[in-house]
Design a protein around this ligand. Structure first.
Ligand SMILES: [Zn+2]
Ligand SMILES: [Zn+2]
Length: 364
């Protein structure tokens, strides 16, 4: 990991100094559409967040540096304006950018909203409607907690987890065959392999021995309806991120329709506004999922990678996902050269998208 950071930092500096980051951006088509940035949680101090899934946090300080750097080179526009520009196909002479925040964590309201307001920067939030105002965790956060706790007790993690899965009649994902399986790798393998209902069965088996959800909540608490309403009135765009954050490519077509339609209906009823934007949970889409999003009447939908389906260009709008470590150099300092390369997609070779956007619809 460290070696990769050093290599990336070195390449970023070389590319940035030579102006090649911008050229690569042009060649890869990154400038042909508005820049859409995606974040998740915004925190005060990264060190306090060791219980959080990697890649989910950015500190308020680093976020401010990102916004300042981007603001010097791009005009910030709203997500609605981004949509309008995409539709009209114009506006490419002056680069524009928009910032989005997925999952509806409460720390967006606490840490990012005041910063955005002070700087006059428009932004969009994609909450998960079934969890708004509840004291529940996102199911992936809960899975991570439960597994991390189980892993701290289990001697042979792979054997114990395999036994649990087999006991539930579920196959053991091949990717879990590593010797020192970590909780994060296990979470990813489970989320990649199973439907949400199956994941809940795994969690129920783990939960028998583990503390309650309320105790786990802490910093992972989510937004409530009053906060969303207040932010909407201050110019924050609210979009949908499903009802339960199900990974849609692992679900039945009916479940995908429910997740996309019911979340939009709930947001529209509670906020009294038309909801036009949708973000795919974890960026997972395939042709069937995109068709469901179209049927649910969204005008624009956002991925987490640079894959754009030519059949549905407005429903597979690329986003650049950023987090705290994505712009830290090998000495853990913020690097504007790295940010430049990330924004221009000059480092995408280092972490190519591994999602199966074309995979056939699962049969279950
Ligand atoms: Zn999400
Ligand atoms: Zn992709």
């Amino acid at each position: 990991m460290m070696v990769r950071r050093i290599v990336k930092t070195g390449v970023a500096h070389a590319l940035h100094l030579s102006g090649a980051d911008k050229l690569m951006g042009l060649l890869t088509g990154a400038r042909s559409i508005p820049l859409v940035i995606g974040y998740h949680r915004v925190v005060e101090e990264a060190a306090r967040e060791e219980n959080c899934l990697p890649g989910m946090i950015i500190t308020r300080n680093t976020l401010e540096r990102h916004l300042d750097w981007i603001g010097q080179r791009f005009d910030f526009i709203t997500l609605d304006e981004t949509g309008a520009r995409l539709r009209s196909g114009e506006g490419l002479d002056k680069p524009v950018a928009t910032v989005t925040f997925d999952d509806g964590y409460r720390d967006f309201y606490t840490h990012a909203f005041p910063l955005l307001k002070r700087k006059g920067i428009p932004a969009a939030v994609f909450p998960v409607t079934g969890l708004i105002g509840t004291s529940q965790l996102h199911f992936f956060d809960k899975l991570y907690h439960l597994l991390a706790q189980a892993f701290s007790r289990w001697r042979d993690r792979h054997r114990e987890l395999s036994r649990l899965l087999v006991g539930l009649g579920m196959p053991v994902p091949e990717r879990m065959e590593t010797r020192d399986l970590g909780a994060y790798e296990a979470v990813r393998a489970l989320l990649d392999s199973f439907s949400q209902r199956e994941i809940y069965r795994v969690m129920e088996s783990l939960e028998g021995e583990i503390e309650s959800e309320e105790e786990l909540l802490g910093n992972l608490r989510l937004l409530d309806w009053e906060m969303l309403s207040e932010m909407r009135h201050s110019g924050i765009t609210i979009g949908s991120h499903t009802v339960t954050h199900a990974f849609l490519t692992n679900e039945t077509f009916q479940k995908v329709l429910d997740e996309t339609m019911l979340s939009r209906a709930e947001l529209e009823k509670r906020l009294g506004t038309k909801i036009e934007h949708f973000a795919y949970p974890s960026g997972r889409f395939n042709p069937r999922v995109v068709a469901a999003v179209a049927a649910a009447d969204y005008n624009f939908a956002y991925t987490t990678c640079s894959h754009q389906d030519p059949m549905y260009p407005f429903l597979t709008i690329p986003r650049k996902m950023l987090w705290e470590n994505s712009t830290l150099d090998s000495l853990d300092h913020f690097s504007s050269a790295l940010l430049s390369c990330q924004v221009h997609r000059a480092l995408d070779w280092a972490s190519p998208c591994k999602l199966e956007h074309r995979r056939a619809w699962p049969t279950f």
